[in-house]
Design a protein around this ligand. Structure first.
Ligand SMILES: [Mg+2]
Length: 187
């Protein structure tokens, strides 16, 4: 089954993770992320983001702040041939919320919206809870190594770890997805 949909976690994958990003000027791309997302778009993939943004319900940021941050992100991506076709975010900090990762709700929502199966979907994140959400949704999984992701991989549940491809950044993630293109059967 060919991969059609690439879902990205946002913080720590596309942009540098701060304690929180609440204003557009706090949003800073990770090196290579803009090019990698352009590469995914040029190769014909549908792209989406699934991000936990509990800062909304904690009162650290408004919906307008989040819109402004994403407008800034999309402007820069589009200037370089990239794009994000849909953004899902979860505003709550209730771990029982089916949309809040590690629950799979946002991923299932995006797959439903684009009418693609889990086997046609890759989820790229930097925390074990991202990989748990992707596993529950049935997606292919890529973990990005960063100051969080390194430890996340080392300490990951072994059964989950077997299902996770591991790379330094989104440019590496693109190479992995590209290599899967030629496999008749994906892991
Ligand atoms: Mg993250």
């Amino acid at each position: 089954m060919a991969i059609k949909l690439i879902i990205f976690d946002r913080d720590g994958v596309i942009n540098k993770e701060l304690k929180w990003v609440a204003k557009p000027d706090e949003f800073e791309f990770i090196d290579g992320a803009v090019k990698a997302i352009a590469d995914f778009k040029k190769a014909g993939y549908v792209t989406a983001i699934a991000t936990n943004q509990s800062h909304l319900s904690r009162g650290r940021m408004t919906e307008q702040d989040l819109t402004d941050i994403h407008d800034k992100m999309l402007t820069e991506l589009r200037q370089h041939g990239g794009d994000i076709d849909r953004i899902a975010y979860c505003p709550t900090y209730d771990d029982n919320d089916p949309r809040r990762k590690p629950n799979p709700g946002m991923l299932l929502e995006l797959m439903g919206y684009f009418k693609v199966s889990a086997d046609e979907t890759v989820f790229i994140g930097d925390y074990e809870r991202d990989m748990q959400a992707g596993e529950r949704a049935g997606c292919h999984l890529i973990l990005i190594k960063n100051k969080h992701g390194t430890g996340e991989y080392d300490n990951m549940n072994p059964t989950l770890k077997e299902k996770v491809a591991y790379t330094d950044d989104l440019l590496g993630a693109y190479q992995i997805v590209d290599s899967w293109k030629n496999k008749s059967e994906l892991k």
